[in-house]
Write a protein that binds this ligand. Structure first.
Ligand code: G3P
Ligand code: MG
Length: 338
């Protein structure tokens, strides 16, 4: 990593500020860069292409490993981005690896949710596509769906899955097939992790974030993971005697901002070896004057930065979810731009 941001300056002063960029609705709309975002990123590097301003992406989105996302962003924006700079909604899931390392877990969402969890160290993980394919007729609408999903063919694997309890479900990214995923998740959650069996104790359920909506390519915002959570919860609470229990990660949780601050300090230490903060343990001693959170969603990005407090300074753009003329009434940003 230090090599990719080579030439730590021993003369120049360490930067007094760092930046956290939201992705959807600020940097990209779906796959397309917004406005002049690639030019902006080039200005964060020196003439030799080395990072000069510490910055991270702080997105609730996800579905791919941090390394894959870093490569994709590097291509889209034309700069060299390290996986360390990519903080996704599901990134904190890796902290749960000790708890579920060898347990059967199910990973839900677009992209490669099982690959994400495997990279975090979970050893017994199946995507909900693979999991559902182990149970014949679990989705009565499957014959009407035009797309195909990979089948887990080995009979042994199918037998194992259908007799092993799922200990936790992780919603890694946005569900692609709400009807199938709500059905299968309800099956897992109401039976203690064995679809088709009697009612049991609810396995753990984790969401990467709780965004009701986000800005994609369509002019108005689209339903996000929070909307999926509401749908799942409403149905589950009608079919089960106990209310759904779950944990949500992602912005606006202040711990996400505290973690981003720590990563930004590590970037500074990698850039400026004269600071004596060259490892994670003592990177915490470096203090930024200001950390800028640039986001498009008042209740998520701005609310989170406000809750995190000093040194965070919130900047709200009009390029995504927020389209108001003045500042947002409930979660006013320190600055509104564009
Ligand atoms: O699904 C992604 C979306 O909910 C939020 O992405 O980059 O705006 O935090 P972002
Ligand atoms: Mg956004």
């Amino acid at each position: 990593f230090t090599r990719s941001f080579s030439q730590p300056s021993s003369q120049s002063k360490p930067p007094s500020f760092g930046i956290a960029f939201d992705i959807d609705g600020v940097v990209l709309r779906s796959e397309a860069p917004i406005g002049g975002s690639p030019q902006v990123f080039r200005r964060l590097y020196d003439d030799s292409g080395n990072l000069s301003i510490p910055y991270v992406f702080l997105t609730n989105g996800g579905g791919f490993t941090e390394s894959k996302r870093a490569l994709e962003l590097s291509e889209l924006l034309g700069v060299k981005i390290s996986p360390l700079q990519v903080l996704q909604g599901h990134t904190p899931f890796k902290q749960l690896v000790n708890r579920f390392e060898n347990e059967l877990i199910v990973a839900v969402g677009k992209g490669e949710p099982a690959a994400v969890m495997s990279e975090y160290g979970f050893k017994n993980v199946l995507s909900i596509d693979d999991y559902a394919s182990c149970f014949e007729n679990i989705d009565p609408l499957a014959p009407y769906k035009k797309w195909t999903t990979k089948q887990v063919k080995e009979v042994a694997a199918r037998d194992l899955v259908s007799s092993q309890r799922v200990q936790a479900a992780f919603i890694v990214s946005d569900s692609v097939d709400w009807s199938r995923d709500i059905q299968v998740l309800c099956d897992i959650l109401r039976t203690g992790g064995l679809p088709g069996r009697e009612i049991g104790h609810q396995p753990h359920l984790y969401f990467a974030h709780d965004d009701l909506a986000y800005q994609a390519a369509f002019p108005t915002e689209r339903f996000g993971m929070g909307a999926f959570r509401i749908a799942l919860e409403s149905i589950f609470n009608r079919i089960h005697p106990h209310a759904l229990e779950y944990t949500t990660f992602g912005k606006p949780n202040p711990f996400v901002f505290n973690n981003a601050e720590l990563v930004l300090k590590q970037l500074v230490s990698a850039l400026h070896d004269n600071l004596q903060v060259a490892n994670q343990a003592n990177a915490g001693s470096y203090q930024f004057q200001t950390l800028y959170m640039i986001g498009d969603n008042p209740s998520v990005d701005i609310n989170g930065a406000r809750q995190a407090g000093h040194p965070w300074f919130s900047i709200l753009t009009r390029t995504g979810v927020f389209k108001g003329k003045e500042n947002h009434a409930e979660f006013p940003a320190d600055l509104v731009v564009f």
